[in-house]
Design a protein around this ligand. Structure first.
Ligand code: NAD
Ligand code: MG
Length: 405
């Protein structure tokens, strides 16, 4: 049966890769809704090509412009705007599958709505799961939703785990690989003055700017440890991070008998996207077959927590439980935005996040209101701390004392 998709965040990097795979299989996939924030031009082009029932944008002005252009081109897509329209698109009876590819906390409400409507959810938007953790997992279970990981590491782990949960007893740990980002070998004392463009120049992956900065700080891997905890129901102590600069092994599962299963492939998100879209079938993703003779060398090293304090902060937040992961995520979003806007230096990102974690008491995250309140408070504190670091990038220099938690 053909799958009918709502694609949240269609104009982003994951959104475009998803549409690339969808376009290869018109017999299998069609589009109910596409959503973007401000990039009306790209959304118009996507609507003309995929003819969705609904398009959603962030504000009324962009909606009016998009609607006028679509009408002029004879396209019948309805255009809506705002957060409630995102939730409607994700919960509509017009779709069975929701691809969650909005960046950041803005994706939580529609992704959670999809879970509550029992949809098949292809999750790229790790921040939504990091924020809401148990609430999200409960919503998936209680409403018969299906959660398929798109994040390449988690998709790899999913592929390497036994299909039946009853056999997960033999799993000893999962190993998330990490490229180490653009600053893996750079002299740490020079990190204070890196620019947003340098931070976004990832050696292996082309991604949106927020996740690119997260990869450079390795906060991305920290968020992924938390994501893996919720997806695979394992404690942080059984989730290992391993630096693997070639990004060919996307992650591994280690078993009690000494076996280690790995998933390999060229670093192109269309592979995990195609896997999750077609699961349990396998379809052409457009990605070239891996040529291991050409890759020749695969190397591995332990992560350096001094160089990457954000990774240590995320693990600390997971261990702390309650609202700590939501606070970590919110503080990081504010700090990354401040860095991209050149208001703070690169190393201040971790400083801001740590200051917020230190300032916020760890309370329970039993309800969505608890999570949203923590998110709001962490953002307020992070903006305050960020303004203290503003204009003094060197104030964010790393120190062993600051990360020793
Ligand atoms: P991106 O910045 O390229 O795209 C983000 C999308 O979200 C865009 O369509 C944008 O219009 C939309 N958006 C942004 N702010 C919004 C808001 N406030 N309300 C509604 N829509 C909004 O990001 P990306 O790289 O595609 O990443 C998307 C998500 O997937 C992130 O959570 C990221 O961590 C995750 N992810 C990305 C990759 C990758 O290779 N790009 C890999 C793994 C996971
Ligand atoms: Mg990833």
């Amino acid at each position: 049966m053909q799958k009918r998709l709502t694609l949240l965040g269609s104009t982003g990097s994951i959104g475009e890769s998803t549409l690339d795979v969808v376009a290869r299989h018109p017999d299998r996939f069609s589009v109910h809704a596409l959503t973007a924030h401000r990039n009306g031009d790209k959304l118009v082009a996507q609507c003309l090509r995929f003819q969705p029932d609904v398009a959603v944008v962030g504000d009324a002005d962009t909606a009016a412009k998009v609607a006028a252009e679509l009408r002029a081109a004879g396209c019948r897509t309805e255009v809506h705007h705002g957060p409630a329209a995102l939730v409607d698109a994700a919960s509509s009876a017009g779709c069975d599958t929701v691809v969650a590819a909005i960046v950041g906390a803005a994706g939580l409400a529609p992704t959670l709505a999809a879970a509550r409507m029992g949809k098949r959810i292809l999750l790229a938007n790790k921040e939504a799961l990091v924020m809401s953790g148990q609430i999200f997992i409960d919503a998936v279970r209680d409403n018969g939703a299906v959660l398929l990981p798109v994040d390449s590491e988690h998709n790899a782990v999913f592929q390497c785990l036994p299909r039946e949960a009853a056999l997960h007893g033999g799993v000893s740990k999962i190993i998330l690989t990490a490229s180490g980002g653009p600053f893996r070998t750079r002299e740490p004392s020079t990190l204070v003055d890196v620019t947003p463009d340098e931070a976004c120049k990832h050696p292996n992956w082309a991604m949106g700017r927020k996740i690119s900065v997260d990869s450079a700080t390795m906060m991305n891997k920290g968020l992924e440890v938390i994501e893996a905890h919720w997806l695979f129901d394992l404690p942080g102590s059984r989730i290992e991070v391993l630096i693997h600069p070639q990004s060919v092994i996307h992650s591994m599962v280690s078993y009690a008998d000494g076996s280690v299963l790995a998933q390999l492939g060229n670093p192109d998100m269309r592979t995990p996207i195609a896997h999750a879209l077609a699961f349990p079938d396998r379809v052409n993703s457009g990605v070239a077959q891996l040529d291991l003779a050409q890759v020749a060398t695969l190397t591995f090293e332990k992560p350096d927590f001094q160089r990457f304090p954000c990774l240590a902060l995320a693990i600390r937040a997971l261990e702390a439980g309650g609202i700590a992961s939501a606070a970590l995520n919110a503080a990081n979003e504010v700090a990354v935005e401040a860095f991209l806007a050149r208001r703070i230096g690169f190393m201040a990102i971790g400083e801001v996040v740590e200051s917020v974690l230190n300032a916020l008491p760890v309370t329970s995250a039993a309800t969505l209101d608890d999570v949203l309140a923590a998110d709001a408070e962490a953002r307020r504190l992070a903006s305050r701390f960020a303004s203290r670091f503003a204009g003094t990038p060197a104030a964010g220099a790393p120190s062993a004392e600051r990360i020793a938690h």
